[in-house]
Design a protein around this ligand. Structure first.
Ligand code: BGC
Length: 486
């Protein structure tokens, strides 16, 4: 979401906002399931998603709790709508969302709406297995059709208010973790037991459906809403918007200069970013995936391939970390598995490495047709053990986060000014501390601290003040984060 610039005049160059090109967007991101709470139908009227089921069954947890204030706002509005004759639930929900977007716009915030951040309806998971391959209708699986209807409904209903749409956030995470290794909802895939291995076979067909969503969503626009990537997404009232997808990459750095480790780093890119990017750019999967995954990787028909190419107005990228990449020889003894296909072994999770963002952006610019880019998520966690919680003052003093953002923004500026990467906006992850999927310790990512023991009361952290102040007042920009010429 764009943070409002409430001053009448633009701050002079020297402030964070002034240091970036005119029209550059700054914002902060969240996802519905991670912050909304109200997990049960009784509380909220909403039906469960696969994450409600997974969090309870697999991780023994519920979601982040119920935000009483938010629930009251929602219930009051629904009551008001009912009193005014809005009888059906779907009309009430549509109105609720319209009011919600109006409130955001009224506050001077430009919404970027992502249609799918992993909370797939449990009812559809039960009915046809979510994104699983579907024997009866290979070319038009129900999930593709349903998603297209859903997207179409949202574009038409809210398109007068929302101009920036994202179809899916991080399809790699949902496909790999949800269908390949089973550590995310819906929890399909490999879990060390031999007979579970067959299930893993669904990960690549499932991932193909993500790519097809793009195709079908685009073809539904062909009716009258434009053709993303080729002609503007135009609303019936003549206004122009844009549609993109969020892709991700933990930037892989070869552990040594050996040819083997360099090859591993390239495969790490192919198997995370390339898996979903290359169908959009070239109409097919990366060569290394085809070679290593073999017959388990589905194919696009020539027609699908032609249709899917170029179906985006922008690419949004998540960047958190870099990892070392080491060549991992094939030890599978003939047992195929998505976690071994890339033959690359990586260290994990967030290692602060701002330079990786520049390498990532240059890679995307040079290899993938210089697209228009938004940084959709960038952030760092802070662990807070519920057994021995951080004192509030310490949790609010998130200097590390401020330093992380400063460095990444400085690198981003270099990418734009010096290398001409077409980055048009930057969103931090995240607005609030939130429900962190399958993590047993709840790491805190927010600009705002959420007190889970006191009705989800919120407190701004240092980074909230830092972001707000930097965007509004002419403060000195942090010293440039220099690096060698590429
Ligand atoms: C996901 C977020 C998640 C964050 C930190 C991102 O890739 O989109 O939902 O909270 O990673 O793990």
């Amino acid at each position: 979401m764009e943070i409002p610039l409430s001053t009448a005049s633009r701050p002079p160059t020297g402030s964070l906002r002034g240091a970036f090109p005119e029209g550059f967007m700054f914002g902060t991101a969240t996802s519905a399931f991670q912050i909304e709470g109200a997990t049960t139908e009784k509380e909220s009227g909403r039906k469960p998603s696969v994450w409600d089921t997974f969090a309870k069954e697999e991780a023994g947890r519920e979601t982040g709790g119920v935000n009483e204030e938010g629930k009251k706002f929602y219930n009051d509005l629904i009551d008001e709508l009912k009193a005014n004759g809005y009888a059906s639930t779907s009309t009430q929900l549509t109105c609720y969302h319209k009011v919600y977007y109006n409130a955001i716009l009224y506050a001077g915030i430009e919404p970027f709406v992502c249609l799918f951040h992993w909370d797939f309806p449990q009812a559809l998971e039960d009915e046809y297995g979510g994104f699983m391959p579907h024997r009866s209708c290979h070319h038009d699986p129900p999930v593709v059709k349903d998603f297209v209807d859903y997207a179409d409904f949202c574009f038409r209903t809210y398109g007068d208010r929302v101009k920036h749409w994202i179809t899916i956030c991080g399809p790699w995470s949902y496909a790999y973790s949800g269908y390949g290794v089973g550590t995310f909802a819906p929890g399909r895939g490999y879990s060390l037991s031999e007979n579970q291995q067959l299930l893993e076979m669904s990960v690549f067909p499932a991932s193909r459906h993500f790519s097809l969503l793009r195709l079908n969503t685009r073809s539904s626009f062909d009716l009258d809403l434009g053709d993303p990537g080729r002609e503007p997404y135009t609303l019936p009232n003549g206004e122009v918007g844009e549609i993109g997808i969020i892709l991700q990459q933990m930037w892989p750095i070869p552990y040594s200069q050996s040819k083997e480790d360099q090859g591993a780093a390239q495969r790490a890119k192919d198997f995370m970013l390339g898996w979903f990017m290359e169908p959009l750019i070239f109409g097919d999967y990366p060569k290394s995936m085809k070679a290593l995954v073999g017959r388990r990787l589905p194919k696009f028909t020539p027609q699908e391939s032609r249709m899917i190419k170029g179906t985006y107005d922008f690419i949004a990228l998540n960047y958190y970390t870099a990892n070392y990449s080491v060549n991992a020889p094939d030890h599978s003894h003939g047992k195929p598995h998505v976690a071994r296909d890339s033959q690359d072994h990586e260290t994990s999770w967030i290692h602060e490495y701002p330079e990786g963002l520049l390498d990532y952006l240059l890679y995307v610019k040079n290899k993938y047709n210089d697209p228009k880019i938004y940084i959709a998520e960038n952030g760092i966690d802070q662990y807070d053990d519920p057994e021995s919680p951080l004192p509030l003052w310490e949790a609010l003093s998130d200097y590390k986060r401020v330093s992380y953002y400063n460095k990444h923004l400085s690198i981003l500026k270099t990418a734009i000014d010096k290398y001409g990467v077409k980055v048009k906006g930057y969103f931090t992850w995240s607005l609030l501390d939130n429900f962190e999927w399958n993590s047993s310790l709840p790491p805190r990512y927010g600009h705002f601290y959420v007190d889970y023991n006191d009705n989800l009361k919120r407190y701004p952290k240092l980074s909230a003040e830092w972001f707000k102040t930097h965007l509004q007042k002419p403060l000195p920009f942090p010293p440039s984060w220099t690096r060698d010429e590429k």
